[in-house]
Design a protein around this ligand. Structure first.
Ligand SMILES: [Zn+2]
Ligand SMILES: [Zn+2]
Length: 251
């Protein structure tokens, strides 16, 4: 049996489209499955992620879902997950900040403590094989980025953020970083609550992950164009483009 220090961590992109769900393209939105030694944690559950889990990882049994914030492209399928019995290893468990919990759960006080786990900026939460830490990003609503460790492997998920996110030092040097890249090249009218490709590259430099996955690209927009800009801005780093079904093993 593997010791806790040499576990393999596998990340499966269930969905990675950002900002909105296109009814014609029907590409699944933000949702990333992190697995380690039979334990499984879902980072966000946007539109289409419930069907994606069944198609792309039918054997996975979840220990918890972490919801970074209350935008629909990150949480739309939550009810389908929470009310399904067969996808959980033991019982449904939802991790979110107090503010997010208040937005996404109708009557949080009526639910069992063990199902709803409130997480905090700067706090640490242990769930199954994973240790999670959290950082507030700069977005329209309270939003948490997370660092997920299992053994010696670590994944960082930026969730949605603007360029002024203060990357904490304990997020630096992960094996894999999932970094949002909603915009290609920032125009004056663009939201300050998202990153363009050059800004995503700057965040990737701060994070110094072994590999950075460029993600949260809006429906129909070009991941390739964003990758080209990011690689030009930070040629020393390895960038990949997220797409549903992409699976990476960290070992
Ligand atoms: Zn989003
Ligand atoms: Zn958002």
């Amino acid at each position: 049996m593997a010791s806790t220090t040499d576990v393999k961590v596998r990340v499966t992109v269930l969905g990675c489209v950002g900002s909105s769900f296109d009814q014609t393209l029907r590409q699944p939105c933000s949702s990333y499955l992190v697995e380690s030694d039979g334990a499984a944690l879902l980072l966000d559950c946007g539109h289409g992620s419930f069907v994606s889990l069944q198609e792309l990882a039918p054997e996975a049994r979840l220990d918890a879902i972490f919801v970074s914030h209350a935008h629909a492209d990150h949480v739309a399928d939550l009810e389908a997950f929470m009310s399904s019995t067969e996808i959980w290893r033991e019982r449904p468990r939802l991790l979110a900040s107090e503010e997010t919990m208040a937005s996404i759960v109708r009557a949080p006080v009526e639910l069992v403590d063990d199902i709803l786990v409130v997480v905090r900026v700067g706090g640490r939460t242990d769930v199954a094989n994973f240790v999670m830490e959290f950082s507030q990003t700069t977005h329209q609503m309270p939003t948490l980025a997370t660092s997920v460790s299992s053994g010696h492997r670590r994944v960082v998920y930026s969730s949605d953020t603007g360029p002024s996110w203060a990357v904490p030092t304990n997020f630096v040097g992960a094996d894999l970083a999932l970094v949002e890249c909603t915009l290609e090249r920032r125009q004056p009218e663009d939201s300050v609550f998202h990153l363009d490709a050059a800004e995503a590259a700057a965040v990737a430099c701060e994070l110094s992950a072994r590999t950075t996955l460029i993600t949260h690209v809006p429906p129909g927009a070009s991941t390739e164009a964003r990758l080209e800009i990011a690689r030009g801005a930070a040629p020393q780093l390895e960038f990949m483009g997220a797409k549903a079904g992409l699976q990476l093993t960290l070992n």
